[in-house]
Design a protein around this ligand. Structure first.
Ligand code: ZN
Ligand code: ZN
Length: 357
């Protein structure tokens, strides 16, 4: 696994005329090396792949980082980087511009005096866009756990519970199911709060005749799932059913039409058109979805500005919503993998409106 990723990275480095790359981003470090420790640097050159870390990890790192030379770095890690570059006779070093703060950049410049620092733009993130079969299998397990969690929560949800209690139960359930944690702070938004697209669980007590929007996921074996379902407690009015049905129609239409070759913008437009046609375009104020993988929000974005062309192996969420301030809101979200001819759903929970009386 590591050697395939290294070869692909070296291919990208060669295209950009880069002799050496310093990886500082923690997720990219894990992706490239398999090393799960919390600190370290990866230095990749044409000839060498080095994981620099500290004494705490000198047993663990060589076991995990197959194909890497593991070195304990000096108390100032850039001193070790400089000496490796010197040995190799390299005078240019790429760094991850999204990850390096201005302060760190100045410090690198001082410690690596004489070496040209070259900003790079999301090289490893580009590799991470398309998931391999092993990654998709883990993402499926993470999605299965989210489905089981939803089923569990739908069975116990009732008026009188606090949103916070539901969030806690979600956390316990995913962790009992093998997740390290939830994949982001759980959203439980009931009643008027369901109109908040990102209403984190509060002390509000779930009442009657209102939506309850649940948005959560499992962080499982290093990968994330992300699911939203909106349930109803009590007796839904025509208006509640109307907006639920429109969001569902938009979501199903997007699932039916998303395929490789489309841009994120085109995918977004499929669902947006449905919601607009029903007159609620102004109430769908976020993008249709986002890439999903080692991080909860990755490229490609499905949004009016999404330029990346979808390819088989990309994993994204599809999550249209309608939010009516003072009334309530609905979002329905699934995780999908782009396939050769369309897409396949990873999350499978039912999307019929669950009404709890
Ligand atoms: Zn979500
Ligand atoms: Zn999402």
């Amino acid at each position: 696994m590591q050697s395939v990723r290294l070869n692909r990275l070296r291919g990208l480095m060669e295209q950009q005329g880069l002799e050496a790359l310093l990886v500082t981003n923690a997720t990219n470090r894990l992706y490239m090396t398999g090393f799960t420790g919390s600190a370290g640097y990866v230095l990749v050159t044409g000839q060498r792949a080095v994981l620099l870390t500290d004494f705490r990890y000198m047993t663990q790192a060589p076991q995990q980082a197959v194909g890497y030379e593991v070195m304990e770095h000096a108390s100032s890690p850039m001193d070790t980087v400089r000496s490796i570059l010197g040995t190799e006779g390299l005078g240019k070093l790429g760094f991850e511009q999204q990850d390096v703060s201005y302060g760190a950049y100045l410090a690198y410049g001082q410690a690596l005096a004489g070496i040209e620092l070259v900003p790079t733009d999301k090289l490893i993130e580009t590799l991470r866009l398309v998931k391999d079969d092993t990654e998709i299998a883990v993402l499926q397990e993470a999605a299965d756990l989210a489905d089981r969690t939803f089923h569990h929560i739908a069975g116990l949800l009732k008026p009188g519970l606090a949103e916070r209690d539901i969030a806690l139960e979600i956390e316990l359930f995913v962790r009992r199911g093998g997740a390290a944690s939830t994949s982001f702070e759980t959203i439980v938004a009931s009643g008027e709060r369901s109109a908040l697209p990102h209403g984190k669980a509060s002390d509000r007590i779930i009442g009657s005749d209102e939506f309850v929007k649940l948005d959560f996921g499992a962080y499982y074996k290093g990968y994330c799932s992300d699911i939203t379902r909106t349930l109803f407690v009590g007796k839904p009015s025509d208006k509640h059913r109307e907006i639920y049905d429109i969001v569902l129609e938009a979501q199903l239409e997007a699932l039916a039409r998303i395929r490789p070759g489309m841009t994120g913008r085109e995918a977004d437009a499929v669902a947006r058109e449905v919601i607009k046609r029903h007159g609620y375009g102004d109430y769908f104020g976020h993008g249709l979805g986002h890439g999903l993988g080692m991080e909860i929000h990755e490229e490609p974005r499905l949004s009016p500005t999404g330029n990346i062309i979808l390819e088989p192996g990309m994993v994204v969420t599809v999550e249209p919503g309608i939010y009516l301030p003072g009334f309530g809101g609905v979002r329905i979200e699934d995780d999908i993998v782009i396939t050769e001819n369309g897409n396949r759903r990873l999350t499978q929970s039912s999307k019929d409106l669950v009404v709890i009386s």
